[in-house]
Design a protein around this ligand. Structure first.
Ligand SMILES: Cc1cc2nc3c(=O)[nH]c(=O)nc-3n(C[C@H](O)[C@H](O)[C@H](O)COP(=O)(O)O)c2cc1C
Length: 185
C-alpha cells in the first residue's frame, strides 16, 4: 500500500479573514489523492525563549510533532515590512531548536505568499528562502506563487475566484507532494 504523504501547512496571519489563511485553505482543498495538508496552529505559540528550550509547553510540543511527522512543509506567508511576519519567524525559531532535533531538516518546502500589493509578497519569500538554508530544507524553486491584489482574488467565504490561480495551486501542490514522496524514499 502506498503511504499517504502529509504536508504540514504553516502560515496565514493571525487576523480573521487573512488572505494567506484563505490561500492555505485553498491549498488544502487542492491536495492530490494520496496526500493531505495538515494546517498547524501558530497563533498560541509563546515568544521564543532559550530558557524554555528543553521544557516545551504543550502547544510547542504539538507544533514540533506536527512538523516531525510531515513529509514536507508548505509556508504561506504575508509580507510585513518587506520580510516575513515576526510571528512566523518566531514559530520557525521555536520549532528549529534544539538544533540536534530540527524537524525541518532535509524536508521539501513549498512557499507561497499573498499581498494586497502588486508584488504579492515576493520580498518576504526571498527572506524566507534564506531562513530555509539554515534549516537545511529543500525548497521548490520553480514555479513561484505570488498572489498579488489578494483582496480581488477571494470571495467573501475565502474561495478563489481566479481559475488560473486555482489551477497553478493544484499543480504546485502536486509537485510538492511528488518531491516529498521521492525524498522520503
Ligand atoms: C505590519 C504590516 C506590514 C506590511 N508590510 C507589507 C509589505 O512590506 N509589503 C506588502 O506587500 N504588504 C504589506 N502589508 C500589507 C499586507 O500585505 C496585507 O495586510 C495583507 O492582507 C496581509 O496578509 P493577510 O491578509 O494574510 O493578513 C503589511 C501589513 C502589515 C499589517
Amino acid at each position: 500500500m502506498v503511504e499517504e504523504i502529509i504536508i504540514a501547512g504553516i502560515g496565514g496571519s493571525l487576523r480573521n479573514g487573512s488572505y494567506n489563511g484563505f490561500l492555505l485553505k485553498a491549498c488544502q482543498k487542492a491536495m492530490p489523492q494520496g496526500s493531505r495538508l495538515e494546517i498547524l496552529n501558530i497563533a498560541n505559540l509563546p515568544l521564543y525563549n532559550q530558557d524554555e528550550e528543553n521544557k516545551p509547553s504543550a502547544e510547542v510540543a504539538e507544533f514540533k510533532s506536527g512538523i516531525r511527522k510531515a513529509h514536507g512543509v508548505l509556508f504561506v506567508t504575508p509580507e510585513y515590512n518587506y520580510s516575513v511576519p515576526g510571528f512566523l519567524k518566531n514559530a520557525i525559531d521555536i520549532a528549529s531548536r534544539p538544533v540536534s532535533e530540527n524537524p525541518f531538516m532535509g524536508k521539501p518546502a513549498g512557499i507561497m505568499s499573498a499581498s494586497m500589493g502588486q508584488f504579492g509578497g515576493m520580498r518576504a519569500q526571498y527572506h524566507l528562502r534564506q531562513i530555509l538554508v539554515y534549516l537545511d530544507m529543500v525548497p521548490i524553486q520553480k514555479p513561484e506563487i505570488f498572489v498579488s491584489g489578494a483582496h480581488a482574488v477571494f470571495d467573501a467565504e475565502g474561495n478563489i475566484t481566479d481559475a488560473d490561480l486555482a489551477k497553478r495551486i493544484a499543480q504546485y501542490m502536486a509537485k510538492l507532494v511528488d518531491r516529498s514522496r521521492k525524498l522520503k524514499a
